[in-house]
Write a protein that binds this ligand. Structure first.
Ligand SMILES: [Fe+2]
Length: 499
């Protein structure tokens, strides 16, 4: 037998296999209305209405409620407690304006966030999957339309629970989650992460189902998410949050996966804007921060601002605010990017954390490979960036992984250091499938992979394994049909600076 043609045969088999593997799943829902990125930035009534039904037509009562509430927000400076918003919710049979959204996952608790349309009694029933542990929570909202957070506590660690929410006895939502493992018992943790829904991706049921199918313990959202270019129009920020909260696809994700979110330029103000640009006051910034905090379910362990750290099992999650603390007039100077206080907090968290792995998110890129640091560390504060890298090396802080968003598409890089040590950065800025810069840097020697943004609807995932001999993290890039596009395993040893 001659083997001369084997390579081409193998290539053919690989091609056929790939075609089958990367084919769209038959149960996927086709997009009905493609909304472009410039349209999302504009966010007119017509565009927002297209998003409502971009995959599946929204139930008529939700659609009417959103459109009526949107017109109130567009014409008035009001919040969700406004009588007109509440009465249109009640009239259209919407007992829960927003949520539930899960967050702040611990070994023995999870925090559930929601915004009821009335002061009616709320009941949350929670049970482990075996049905041996059940708990009932009763809650009377003090103000209709105001966000509420309830800590579902005294739970068992590493246990799957389902929950049901009822208002006046009628079920309004349900979901599942799994509590974190005790740190000494952690063997594997899976976290999803990505950025840049740009409103569009929030309505994509295929993407949400693909995330849910991987059963991540939690998901980190790294900016450019629900609000798009609303500047200091707080009412339209609220309108965009409502557009998120009526999405059936979003509801499914938020009710079943604890979420941790930070903002980037489009959530904060507008394209590439940060700090206090012309016309934005300190009071505006404070109001934007408050509005952001109100509309996400983040752990609140720092003040002021929206950066935080949180322990999920044996993972230290550190999420930075790389927008609102920037000092525009000091661009390029030490501390101009994070601000003095946040930088010193970050250093403290890094040096004191006992977690095996530490994940640090930045709204914009750590490395400068794709856009020469256009709107990120590289042109804002290389001194502080170097200080952070040096601190990790000097203190031999192991297990640090860098995440970033903003540059649409998906890329992975190493950041080599003089000692030979390399940091790893992953940036799946692909939740909305919107166009962005080139996929591969001019110098691709430090690039692990690169995909263009247009049409790429995908998310990133870390699977951490903690076995003593074989601790490692595997990064995967997964598309909206569940196909694994990239897989990179990094051993824990590779993440120890001084080996
Ligand atoms: Fe973006």
């Amino acid at each position: 037998m001659r083997f001369k043609n084997v390579p081409s045969l193998v290539a053919l088999i690989v091609t056929l296999f790939s075609a089958a593997t990367f084919a769209q799943r038959t149960d996927s829902i086709p997009v009905r209305h493609d909304v472009t990125l410039p349209q999302a930035h504009k966010g007119t009534l017509e565009i927002d209405s297209l998003l409502l039904d971009s995959y599946v037509r929204l139930p008529e009562n939700s659609r009417k409620f959103y459109l009526e509430a949107r017109s109130v927000f567009e014409e008035n400076e009001v919040d969700f407690t406004d009588e007109r918003i509440l009465s249109t919710a009640v009239k259209n049979g919407i007992p829960l304006i927003s949520g539930p959204m899960l967050g702040d996952l611990k070994e023995n608790s999870v925090t559930i966030w929601f915004r009821p349309a009335s002061k009616d009694l709320i009941e949350i029933e929670i049970a482990d999957l075996a049905g041996t542990e059940t708990k009932l929570y009763f809650f009377n909202p003090s103000v209709a339309g105001q966000v509420e957070r309830i800590v579902l506590g005294n739970l068992s660690s590493a246990t799957k629970y389902s929950y049901f929410m009822k208002i006046q006895g009628a079920e309004v939502a349900n979901g599942t989650f799994q509590t974190a493992s005790k740190i000494e018992e952690t063997s594997e943790i899976r976290l999803a992460f990505a950025s840049d829904f740009h409103k569009i991706g929030l309505h994509n049921p295929n993407l949400m189902n693909a995330i849910l199918a991987r059963e991540p313990m939690a998901m980190l959202l790294l900016g450019d998410l629900a609000v798009d270019d609303r500047d200091i129009n707080l009412s339209m920020h609220r309108s965009d949050y409502l557009l998120r909260d009526v999405s059936q696809a979003w509801k499914k994700l938020a009710a079943n996966v604890p979420l941790y979110a930070t903002w980037d330029d489009h959530d904060y103000l507008n394209n590439d804007l940060s700090g206090l640009p012309k016309g934005v006051t300190k009071e505006d910034r404070e109001a934007l921060r408050e509005l952001w905090s109100e509309n996400w379910n983040n752990p609140e362990n720092t003040a002021p601002g929206i950066y935080f750290n949180s322990r999920i099992g044996d993972i230290e999650v550190i999420m930075l605010d790389t927008r609102s603390f920037r000092e525009n007039e000091r661009r390029g100077a030490y501390t101009a990017y994070l601000g003095e206080k946040q930088l010193s907090w970050l250093k403290d968290v890094l040096t004191s954390s006992t977690a095996t792995f530490k994940v640090i998110s930045s709204g914009t890129m750590w490395s400068d490979y794709i856009s020469d640091g256009k709107d990120s560390w590289g042109t804002w504060d290389t001194l502080a960036r170097e200080e952070i890298y040096k601190l990790i090396e000097r203190e031999n802080i192991p297990g640090v992984l860098l995440l970033s968003g903003d540059r649409h598409g998906a890329r992975g890089f190493t950041i080599p250091r003089k000692s030979g040590f390399e940091f790893y950065e992953f940036g799946p800025a692909s939740l909305g499938g919107v166009p962005g810069p080139e996929a591969i840097a001019k110098d691709s020697s430090k690039q692990l992979f690169g995909y263009l943004g247009q049409g790429l609807k995908a998310f990133g995932e870390f699977t951490f394994t903690m076995e003593e001999e074989d601790a490692a993290v595997t990064f995967r890039l997964i598309d909206e049909y569940g196909n694994v596009m990239e897989e990179h395993k990094i051993s824990y040893n590779q993440l120890i600076p001084n080996q």
